[in-house]
Design a protein around this ligand. Structure first.
Ligand code: NAI
Length: 475
């Protein structure tokens, strides 16, 4: 095994990683591929929130909803099926199987890369020493030439809504349900709130979505949010924006949610999805010299370096987009620096986003409003999925592809600033748009690339052709 100079003789690991979620396991795998010795301290299971309590289980339930919708709509295709019913406990079992298989695969990969896993809670002391405290209270110390803090995040809560797993839940509890409530108030209309609202409504839950801001889905382009709201309302979700929630009172049949202005709403369950906070409580001892900000995020520069020499922080623990793939990118950036290789900071303004509600949302780069607020002149083109042949075949015509370009002095569309999609399978279609935005390509450069027909992804190609000034199917 290749070791960093001096590490072997001192008995230190090349890297000690605290936290085995997407940020931490990516750092460990990537460093392991380079032959570095890595210790991973994990108090639960490797895979973290994404695998066990987040992205993966949530998408599994959203797939149950998609299967349900497909069966319920089968008649339109001439396929006769009786009205479906859902046994959520079966979906829960399947989810667990998927999670367990992925967990097994990840554990095997880490073993193959010779990552050494230490079970327990890690705390960084001074001089790159990490204390590992096991569940039985016993503790040991390990040391690393470099330290990567990747302890992740937990759901935020709000006053008046104490999580009890019955009347009030966060994503952690919802993802363990074996039975769905009849009605739910989802507080917070961000990515998690919209995914849960969508899944539950499809499976027959009466959902009210309560968002404090005037608009759902912060960070999304207005056209995208409007399409999601239209689709949600069509499926019976009550979308309420600009509302405040003050607390709740359990009663004989569910709980009464108190809204601002004296309004009340009776539901079986309240789901709180108002963001996630970094899990930095007691993660670093004062002598470690690692600064946190007032919200608890570990302060890092663009290279993920903390205020302590040789100590990095990545993933949800730092104030960058809370996305597993951002954690992966930050992990690789850190390992490359440790290896003394050329690396580039992550371009956070143009990372890919995917939200798996129905209709799906995917985007990267600036929204139209962002671009205008930055003082840029823009050329915008939209292609609704209603005109796309594959979308017609699927019967999934709600949605649009919107491409935003910087306007050249002669009025032509210049580099792509952002691509915002809402509609069928857009999370799988974002790839070419993501590359185009990050390459700062212009419509003239992209338009000659041939798109397969009939595909959903040709909607992006068609929009870009139209942006050259002369469209094919898109005007
Ligand atoms: P979020 O920050 O995306 O959205 C939280 C929403 O709650 C905001 O719209 C906010 O205005 C609203 N809110 C806050 N306090 C409120 C209150 N008291 N009453 C009503 N509304 C209130 O957070 P979310 O959805 O919990 O997700 C956490 C993180 O996980 C986010 O960074 C998100 O991007 C990420 N994530 C990404 C997913 C994806 O890419 N598919 C899926 C799930 C989560």
């Amino acid at each position: 095994m290749i070791r960093l100079p001096g590490a072997e003789s001192s008995g230190e690991f090349d890297i000690v990683v605290i936290g085995g979620g997407p940020g931490g396991y990516a750092a460990s795998l990537y460093a392991g591929s380079a032959g570095l010795s890595v210790a991973v301290v994990e108090k639960d299971k490797v895979g973290g929130t994404c695998l066990h309590r987040g992205c993966i289980p949530a998408k599994e339930f959203l797939e149950t909803a998609a299967v349900y919708r497909t069966v319920a709509g089968a008649k339109e295709f001439g396929v006769q099926a009786s009205q479906p019913t859902v046994e959520f406990a079966v979906s829960q079992d399947r989810k667990q199987k998927v999670v367990d298989q992925l967990h097994k695969g990840l554990s095997g990969l880490m073993k193959g890369r010779k990552n050494q896993i230490f079970e327990g809670t890690g705390r960084l002391l001074g001089n790159h020493v990490v204390e590992v405290r096991a569940a039985d209270g016993s503790a040991k110390q390990i040391a690393g030439r470099h330290i990567v803090l990747a302890a992740g995040s937990v759901p935020r809560t709000i006053p008046g809504f104490e999580v009890d797993g019955k009347y009030v839940m966060t994503s952690d509890e919802v993802l363990s349900l074996t039975e769905l409530p009849r009605s739910a108030a989802v507080i917070g209309g961000g990515a998690i709130g919209c995914e849960f609202a969508s899944m539950m409504a499809d499976l027959g839950v009466q959902v009210t979505l309560l968002e404090a801001l005037p608009k759902l889905l912060p960070g999304c382009d207005k056209d995208v949010t409007d399409a999601v709201v239209r689709a949600f309302k069509k499926r019976g979700i009550a979308v309420r924006t600009g509302v405040s929630v003050e607390g709740h009172e359990p009663g004989d049949s569910g709980t009464t949610v108190k809204l601002g202005g004296g309004e009340e709403l009776v539901v079986d369950t309240v789901i709180v999805s108002v963001g996630r906070r970094p899990l930095s409580d007691d993660l670093v001892a004062p002598e470690a010299g690692v600064n946190l900000d007032e919200r608890g995020f570990v302060v890092v520069d663009e290279w993920m370096r903390t205020s302590a020499e040789g100590v990095y922080a990545i993933g949800d623990l730092v104030a960058t987009p809370q996305l597993a793939h951002v954690g992966f990118a930050e992990a690789m950036l850190v390992v490359k620096q440790i290896l003394g290789e050329k690396a580039l900071p992550v371009n956070y303004g143009a990372v890919p986003w995917g939200i798996y509600c129905h209709p799906e949302v995917a985007f990267c780069g600036m929204t139209e409003d962002d671009a205008k607020a930055a003082g840029l002149q823009v050329v915008v083109k939209k292609d609704p999925y209603g005109g796309n042949s594959r979308a017609r075949i699927l019967g999934e015509t709600d949605g649009v592809v919107k491409v935003i370009c910087e306007k050249e002095p002669d009025g032509r569309a210049g580099r792509l600033l952002g691509v915002h999609m809402v509609g069928p399978w857009v999370t799988e279609q974002l790839g070419q748009a993501y590359l185009s935005v990050n390459w700062e390509a212009t419509p003239e450069e992209i338009a000659p690339f041939v798109q397969a027909h009939p595909t959903l992804s040709e909607a992006f190609g068609e929009t870009v052709i139209a942006l050259t000034g002369r469209g094919l199917h898109v005007g």
